[in-house]
Design a protein around this ligand. Sequence first.
Ligand SMILES: Nc1ncnc2c1ncn2[C@@H]1O[C@H](COP(=O)(O)OP(=O)(O)OP(=O)(O)O)[C@@H](O)[C@H]1O
Length: 312
Amino acid sequence: MSAVATAAPIEARGLVKRYGELIAVDHVDLTVDAGTVYGYLGPNGAGKTTSLRMLLGLIRPDEGSARLFGRDPLEEGAAALDGVAGFVEAPRFYPYLSGRRNLELMAALDGGDAGDRIDDALETVGLAGRDGDKVKGYSHGMKQRLGIGAALLRDPRLLLLDEPTTGLDPGGMRDMRELVRRLAADGITVLLSSHIMGEVEELCDRVAIVRSGRVIYEGDLDALLHSTGQRYRLRTTDDDAAWDVCSYRAGLTELVRGHDGLTFAADEREVAQLSLALARRDVAVLALVPAAASLEELFFRLTEGDDEEATA
Ligand SMILES: Nc1ncnc2c1ncn2[C@@H]1O[C@H](COP(=O)(O)OP(=O)(O)OP(=O)(O)O)[C@@H](O)[C@H]1O
């Protein structure tokens, strides 16, 4: 097999993009292996869209390079995008033309056998019955799905999706997730940017968490969720007093107060001591159960702490 055929779907090294004083993307390294659903996660303005634009060769990095299946889109142009599809920000269509007509025009531009895939693509994204309607009458969710339909015309092995569920209602989000899951099951590697934790937790095997242009965590999602030691969730008859008790216990770390009680990391011995300490303060325990850290908690800890803490 040639080097290109065995190369990772995405391999970026040292990507930097500056806008004046601002470093939008700051030395980002990224490797996405075949068959992965990879989450590129970060708050607004973290540099997700800018990174995706560089990966697709839409803008030139100030430093570093990106390769898709071993090819650099800036050096090799369209050839490097063979087997690659996706959209950055929102997909764009001619509003006065039907969904099908839009796909026909795109297929004509793409050439090859893209036109033969239109029916399948419309079917896959659930627009088969609405393909004759003008796009201006489509809901936001339908336009997003048509965007994926357009991507499928390229018979992609790699899909790059920039916040595909942003602006969708819960039903639209569920449909989009289901669609991404189905495409991944068909063997398509997916890189999706998102700031929706639940979505990433549900869909992705690996994540990069970005903050102010820098990747502050890269790795297995499961490993991240289990990286903080055993966590417990505590509900009591008096969470203010419980917070007070917990705050003073050295063996108990990463204390977080949520809408549904407190969570913290501790070992079993400490949990036993805590239950006695709460009883001494007349605080009754309603629930004290092991809990996995949610990606949301970890995300806030990583993206809202001070810079050194996040990097550590
Ligand atoms: N063309 C541009 N000119 C100047 N600044 C830009 C440009 N594009 C992006 N930026 C800035 O770079 C930073 C990163 O922007 P980017 O759109 O990549 O973030 P993002 O993580 O995709 O955010 P969001 O979740 O809000 O879409 C932001 O501060 C943004 O204002």
